[in-house]
Design a protein around this ligand. Sequence first.
Ligand SMILES: Cc1cc2nc3c(=O)[nH]c(=O)nc-3n(C[C@H](O)[C@H](O)[C@H](O)COP(=O)(O)OP(=O)(O)OC[C@H]3O[C@@H](n4cnc5c(N)ncnc54)[C@H](O)[C@@H]3O)c2cc1C
Length: 394
Amino acid sequence: MERHGVLVVGGGNAGISLAARLVRDGTPGVTVVAPQPVHRYKPLLNYVGGGQATMADLERPMADVIPGGCAWIRDAVEEVDPVASTVRTRAGRTLLYSTLVLCPGLVEDWEATPGLQAAYHDGWATSTYVPGSTAQVWPSLASLRAGSALFTVPPEPASCGPTALKPLFMACDHWRRNGVLNHLEVRLVLPERSAVGLPAADEVVDRALATYGVEVLREARIERVDPNAHAVTVATPSGRRVLDDVDVAHAVPHYRAPRWIADSGLATDPAPGLADVDPNTLRHRTHPSIWGLGDAAALATRPSGGALRRQVAILAHNLAAERRGAPLQRYDGYTVVPITVGRRSLMLAEFTRERRPAPSVPLIDPIKPRRATWWIDRYALPQVYWRRILRGRV
Ligand SMILES: Cc1cc2nc3c(=O)[nH]c(=O)nc-3n(C[C@H](O)[C@H](O)[C@H](O)COP(=O)(O)OP(=O)(O)OC[C@H]3O[C@@H](n4cnc5c(N)ncnc54)[C@H](O)[C@@H]3O)c2cc1C
């Protein structure tokens, strides 16, 4: 049996930045288990969907981002035995751990929306959230000159769900500039009453939606899709509504945690099956040598890469504090939601679990849409991500 000190499951934003941080702090025996050959900076997916970036801008070989001094097992975890402190992998390996960190992200729950996956195969439905279809999003939106377009924001749990509005606003801006917005019927399916959940930010989003004449179906979700008829059935508080003849559907699938978390007895509930950690300390509620962070952990806040900047620092601190018997730090649920409300204008909401605004730069209101904030989100943050966040320096 192979022995590992800190076994990190997942090579996404959470896993790589945590592993790098631990190595920098001098933690011995850090190993990342990650099956995929490519690492993606996901926030740029929406800019690919808005015609402002390419897939090559956001992808790097996984081998290039695995931190020096950290082992990489190119395999997927399929089961955890928390009593024996082991994990079993797809290739049949059994790995013994002292500390296990769960951060495998979310997976698409195609079964939640019958017909949607077939619509993706047909190329009629696309979204920035499904990397295999992201490159098709902008060509299909930009070439639309009349008819109807449907956009959705995925219900929680979702990876920074409200950012699914970015392609909508970038497309509306494009359509208006090209004089075709008036020939289009644009609809948005929103899972909650408001987009962000922070009144000042929701006001900005609602104003922008009204400016572009977008019809908003609130507290709604897509129930099923008929890819042949290009029809979408939406459940709303006032009953079912069938939207016929949709020309372009930017329909984001629903999400859940990988099933093996629940099957290993580590989840809050069978579905969505997020890792049952204490949202304050990030430690598993019943198995103290297991921790969790990122999209797959039940942290009672909106998952985001911005949230991870804080989670990684707290988890690295707590792992060291636990070894010394020192008090654990607490995570206040800080998260971010950046939304482009025009082609080159972005509003940034930063808030805590209690929905208290928590701007990281004092005296500047990030919720006010600005060109500078768009530039930071599109151009500066990707550099910070590759050079600092993934190297454990933030
Ligand atoms: C389209 C889109 C736009 C976004 N925009 C923003 C934004 O503008 N700002 C922002 O702050 N956040 C944004 N986010 C959210 C942010 O990208 C995520 O919160 C962040 O990537 C989560 O990191 P993670 O490591 O938890 O999960 P992931 O990034 O999903 O990584 C999980 C990794 O674990 C691996 N894995 C899965 N199963 C296993 C297994 N069984 N064994 C081992 N490894 C496994 C996966 O292959 C994956 O690489 C966006 C997300 C998306 C999808």
